[in-house]
Design a protein around this ligand. Sequence first.
Ligand SMILES: [Zn+2]
Length: 338
Amino acid sequence: MPLVSMRQLLDEAAKGGYGVGAFNVNDMEQIQAIMEAARETKSPVIVQASRGARAYAQDNYLYHLMLAAAELYPEIPTVLHLDHGNSAETCKSAIAMGFTSVMMDGSLLADGKTPSSFEYNVAETRKVVEMAHAKGVTVEGEIGCLGGIEDGHGAGLDGLSHLTDPDQAVEFVKQTGLDALAIAIGTSHGAYKFSSKPTGETLKMQRLIEIHNRLPNVHLVMHGSSSVPKELQDIINQYGGKLKPTWGVPVEEIQLGIKNGVRKINVDTDNRLAITGAIRKVFFETPEKFDPRDYLKPAREAMKKVVAQRMQQFGQAGHAADYAPIPLAEMARMYATA
Ligand SMILES: [Zn+2]
């Protein structure tokens, strides 16, 4: 199966009432972990690369590894998505490389740090929508600002300081014509999301529900949605790590979001924790080992377990064979006539 459009995956998820995890990758082992989890749980999947990942791995490596994934897992509808594109130029280069979906994050200026104006965000996102839809490629935009910083991207704000305004969200969707909308409801990037266990009030779920009621046909995206499980933190600390106590987004809150229009859930930190814990364990228990496969194999396995668990929790499990992929050229025709 060729790499597919994210719009189609999210449309199908909306019909089925489930969410789809979007997992970040930087290397071959992470791609393998995701694809194995997808096969095991029969899940459609979104694989995403940030600008940091593209700089680390180089586009050609990432893209060709993803082509290998599509070849080796023909039964899995797989999207290659750009996470947090900072400019129309960045999105353009991803589309040229073969990404089937891009995020234009115009909530920040091109420096990836400074909150932008509404007008700037509309203009940049609109530009990307025109360019991407002509090729059948999906566009995610963002309104409001997420908390924290990841891979050098983010204003480093508190997650609650720039929440999405529902009126602006409606206007933003109307003026840009995007496919999926990332909203700020109090989540943050990185491992240190909350300094105490979140209660039902920590995340602004009411606001999410209000946005969904106003935009019932728009696919909502939750960023910074790792759950940062204590078990994964403990493994790292047990084998010499020094993580400070921290709390992530409870899976039940994500599931409430899924009931209210959330179709894409971004998870990165949980996988990073799983990988690092598994590697530390091997180093600690068998310090005589020096073959990288001795620690990369358990690391890959640990990430696969987390991804498979999220696929079950988000509800995408069992849905890989529900539909035949629509070619990007056909998606482009559909956008042109919509
Ligand atoms: Zn994000």
